[in-house]
Design a binder for this molecule. Structure first.
Ligand SMILES: C[S@@+](CC[C@H](N)C(=O)[O-])C[C@H]1O[C@@H](n2cnc3c(N)ncnc32)[C@H](O)[C@@H]1O
Length: 346
């Protein structure tokens, strides 16, 4: 009889069937097989299985829900191991695998992951694309900008459907901007990434649209999507925390960027830049994770807000005129609560 590990009672037949159903997926079985040989970080699992990271993360979440795997966090890395060795062993025996299975302590996991990372860094790169990618990320690292390297890596390794923030239609942003400004006005999308917003604004007749992002690869993707029309947009590859002057705008839009600023000094820099860049009577539209939204985005810790907290950050030169709540559905179907605030530059 298969017993529930860490539980006093055996599983009933419905639970067993559910367990088999959830495990009965090629990627999940492959993950169990891989982890049975030793702990691995998500990125390693993704590379070994050649499956997009979002998919791997989803499968790992399912396996963790079943308590078959668990993870330890090492800095920004999430390293998984088999948490139910008995069950894992039975599954692998059932599959005909001949593996040693063990539960690992955090230190053992850390040491094993380090060893494997060292091995991996000595392996020659086989793909031309990857070499190029490593070079541009390395350039950002060499310039001392870990943040730029992080975002470059994200946009070079993940497609739109693999990032949680992707929207087919940025409905709330478009509605807010349309109510605030006529097409003759100037708009900047701060941290616009590869968003479709700028293209949508062009289609609505806005003629003075700028997009700023720290990741050149993100902007390249947005340009490629727009084709010829991309030439009508002003693209700025820059870190908003060091950019200096941007010019003047009637509308400043930011979805899911301000919330990454967890350091009050960085938030002050951001607010000062917004104060300098938004014309008197102009507006700032900022969308962040709400107080009941996720604590992290893209593996980075975020600051969560409600309208009052945003008002306090931007006072005294901005006044909140409106706020809107939104539940964003990620490309893989989970929900994230956002708050948008519209602030007038007084
Ligand atoms: C979660 S994504 C949101 C992208 C886009 N606003 C959207 O809604 O689809 C955050 C974006 O902010 C950009 N970003 C993060 N920190 C930045 C910084 N300091 N300066 C400029 N862009 C930054 C990232 O490259 C990324 O494109």
């Amino acid at each position: 009889m298969i017993e529930c590990e860490n539980r006093k009672r055996p599983m009933n037949v419905v639970e067993k069937a559910e367990l088999l159903r959830l495990m009965g997926h090629p990627t999940r079985l492959a993950i169990i097989q891989r982890l049975a040989r030793g702990p691995r970080c998500v990125t390693d699992i993704q590379e070994l299985l050649d499956v997009p990271q979002a998919n791997v993360s989803q499968h790992l979440m399912t396996l963790r829900g079943l308590r078959i795997v668990d993870f330890h966090e090492d800095g920004k890395l999430r390293c998984y191991y088999i948490a139910r060795p008995k069950l894992g062993e039975l599954v692998l025996q059932f599959l005909g695998g001949d593996y040693e299975v063990a539960s690992k302590s955090k230190d053992e996991v850390r040491r094993a992951v380090k060893r494997q990372a060292q091995d991996a860094c000595c392996r020659p790169s086989t793909s031309k694309g990857r070499t190029r990618r490593d070079q541009t990320v390395a350039q950002a690292l060499a310039a001392g900008n870990d943040l730029a390297a992080h975002w470059e890596r994200v946009y070079q390794t993940k497609g739109d459907s693999e990032v949680s923030w992707h929207q087919e239609v940025p409905q709330v942003s478009l509605e807010l901007i349309r109510k605030l400004a006529r097409p003759g006005r100037t708009v900047v999308d701060i941290g616009g990434g590869s968003s479709v917003l700028a293209g949508r604004l062009l289609a609505l007749g806005f003629e003075h649209v700028s997009v700023l992002d720290i990741s050149p690869s993100a902007l390249e993707r947005a340009k490629a999507r727009l084709g010829q029309a991309a030439q009508r947009i002003h693209w700025i590859a820059a870190d908003l925390l060091t950019v200096g002057n941007l010019g003047r705008f009637d509308i400043w839009h930011d979805r899911a960027v301000f919330h990454f600023l967890t350091n009050p000094r960085d938030r002050k820099k951001y607010v000062r830049l917004a104060e300098r860049s938004i014309s008197a009577g102009g507006h700032l539209v900022v969308g962040t994770f709400a107080l009941d939204g996720p604590a992290k985005c893209s593996g980075l810790v975020v600051e969560r807000y409600d309208a009052a907290k945003l008002a306090a950050e931007f006072a005294p030169r901005f006044t909140v005129t409106k706020s809107v709540s939104e539940t964003h559905t990620t490309p893989w179907g989970s929900e994230q609560r956002f708050i948008y605030a519209v602030l007038r530059r007084d």
